[in-house]
Design a protein around this ligand. Sequence first.
Ligand SMILES: [Zn+2]
Ligand SMILES: [Zn+2]
Length: 441
Amino acid sequence: MDLNPGPPHDRSKPTHHPVQPWWVGPEDSWCVAGPTGQEHGVRALTDSTYLTHTSRRIGFLDRPRDLACARIEGSRSTAPTAEEKQKQVGARKAVGLAARDASGHLSPLTISCRSTGDDDVAIKILYCGICHSDLHSIKNEWKNTIYPIVPGHEIAGVVTEVGKKVAKFKSGDRVGVGCMVNSCQSCESCGSGFENHCNGVIFTYNSLDKDGTVTHGGYSTTAVVHERFVVRFPDPMPLDVGAPLLCAGIMVYSPMKHHGLNAPGKHVGVVGLGGLGHIAVKFAKAFGMKVTVVSSSPGKRREAMERLGADAFVVSGDGGEIGAAMGTMDGIINTVSANIPIAPRMGLLKPNGKMILNKTLAGSCIGGMADTQEMMDLAAKHGVAADIEVIGADYVNDAMERLAKTDVRYRFVIDIGNTLKQDAATGVNSGTRYRDTPGLQ
Ligand SMILES: [Zn+2]
Ligand SMILES: [Zn+2]
């Protein structure tokens, strides 16, 4: 880890740099402006816990995960500008389900959203899927969590207000937001539709926004997002079963597309039949491919073939049936995040076949905004969506426990609109209801 803070700052010459902390002295310490801009504290910079806890105030890094390798070139002390103050005045209150510490326990918290900027779309959130990343994040398993954290990046809802430059959306539109809420919008990655590769990408939650606040995710009543990062829900696509596509869907769709695993007649293997795997099977069938599910659970055979439409099912592991399928596949989507042996599964591939690993990375997703919209449109056309279990806001902690045991078929989706109230009065719906996607048509 390179925690070298860079050269001491000459406070007589403030640098023009979006950096908030005050340099105070010894090379291994920082003085950071507190919430009021007045208070400050000094700690060793090598104390990464301290960095994590205070990073929301620091506001100089694009992403919290950059903290560990930050090299800060200069700094200045700044009071909020008139424009920033105005934004704070116009900010709206919302309610989110937040974890306050690494226990990961989620409970209602009043949060604020920025006022709707010229390019922004304000969204009343109605549904939000629960992704494995959310679980890792609330428990600080990637060591970059900024508490309190409001997770969620499979967001679906309705537009309530648009900024004056917004052309793509209007009030009442059904929309979604996935893993990103902004980027630099000017680099080569952004220019070529891969905002997800932009160095300035701002993730939907636990990420430092351009105004120095920390982004909060979709387990909340409201989102305000730059229009570029808002996706239109095609007409036939219900919001609840479509929400998980915004992370789980694009994570399988984008690599399939970019590795040529979207052509009729090709044979693809899907390793693991969970949140990602079941959607991969559906997309593969939509592309007209032959699909074989590779799973260590023989009990999933019927589910895979009869309900999800896979063409074949092979059991991996000891005494499995993997041998018969050796050398037959053009590609494999490996959705299993546990460390499973790759070698026996590689043998399933034809010469030059490709294995795609869908590892869950911190806040990452694999697809730009154009691909995300294309995926939603294609999914709506072919009836592809997630199979979900809809839960009330007060069931979210139970859902997280079950998710940790992979006890869900296949995605939990929180019914935010009906169960998370603006006055934080939850406890309306403690049960779950199941929803399969055939209702999409
Ligand atoms: Zn996700
Ligand atoms: Zn960029």
